[in-house]
Design a protein around this ligand. Structure first.
Ligand SMILES: [Fe+2]
Length: 251
């Protein structure tokens, strides 16, 4: 076990001064992202091994919290993304869907912005077609819920380091198939926050720009882990097909 390096994180919201990591760290480089970039050829000036983002998986503040996370089948991760332009495109995560679990449903996921400013691309499907695309504007303290069965990617639009926490089911499995086959999400977000259609999608609905709507049961001031510590039962929807409606009913 090692202590998670939180140097430079200024938010008091983050219970992180003491976050402990199991050292399950994943680094994604410019080269890793090439298959999903708007214009990979425009990144030739960048070192292909340059890290774009790092995911620290399975973090916790203390053993009590770790037990409660495990008992509830959940995991807390932190992603750090550097302020970087990939040619004309902002730094972003590769983008993925969650594999369906026991039938048609796939796990939702909940994110919090610890530092910086993000846009979340969220796309929904009917079969293989994309039927809605949203870009969620999320600033420090905002919480973003990714509903079940949606593709999603996170974008750093600021000149600051972006640090984002997420709570997710331990059973959740990511799949990169759609984003790989179509060379990215439904739209690319390029300099000046302009949206560019990804022509590898057959037909595209117009993208909506929406604000983050933090669920009321999250204590925005103290963040996901503190909210989870206080009321872990409110996060059961992350593992329960029928739980999302119940969670919203509590608002
Ligand atoms: Fe995800």
């Amino acid at each position: 076990m090692i202590a998670f390096n939180t140097e430079g994180i200024r938010s008091k919201r983050f219970e992180s001064a003491n976050l402990i990591s199991t050292n399950r760290k994943v680094v994604r480089t410019v080269k890793d992202l090439e298959p999903v970039l708007y214009d990979a050829s425009s990144c030739k000036g960048l070192d292909s091994e340059l890290p774009v983002y790092t995911i620290h998986r399975d973090l916790y503040s203390d053993n009590d919290q770790r037990s409660t996370l495990l008992d509830n089948g959940l995991r807390y991760d932190v992603t750090e993304m550097f302020p970087l332009m990939l040619g004309e495109e902002y730094a972003k995560t590769f983008g993925h869907d969650h594999l369906s679990w026991q039938g048609a449903w796939s796990h939702p996921e909940i994110f919090e912005i610890i530092q910086g400013e993000a846009r979340f691309l969220i796309q929904t499907y009917r079969g293989e077609d994309v039927v809605s695309v949203s870009f969620v504007v999320a600033r420090e303290g905002d919480v973003v819920l990714i509903p079940p069965s949606c593709g999603h990617s996170m974008i750093n639009v600021s000149s600051d380091r972006l640090i984002v926490g997420n709570l997710i089911s331990q059973d959740c499995v990511q799949t990169y198939r759609r984003f790989t086959e179509r060379k990215g999400g439904a739209y690319f977000l390029v300099r000046g926050e302009k949206l560019v259609e990804n022509r590898n999608y057959r037909s595209l609905p117009e993208a909506r720009i929406v604000g983050a709507e933090s669920p009321e049961f999250i204590e925005k001031k103290s963040g996901l882990l503190a909210s989870f510590r206080r009321r872990p039962e409110l996060f059961k929807f992350l593992n329960d097909q029928n739980g999302l409606l119940e969670a919203h009913a509590l608002e």
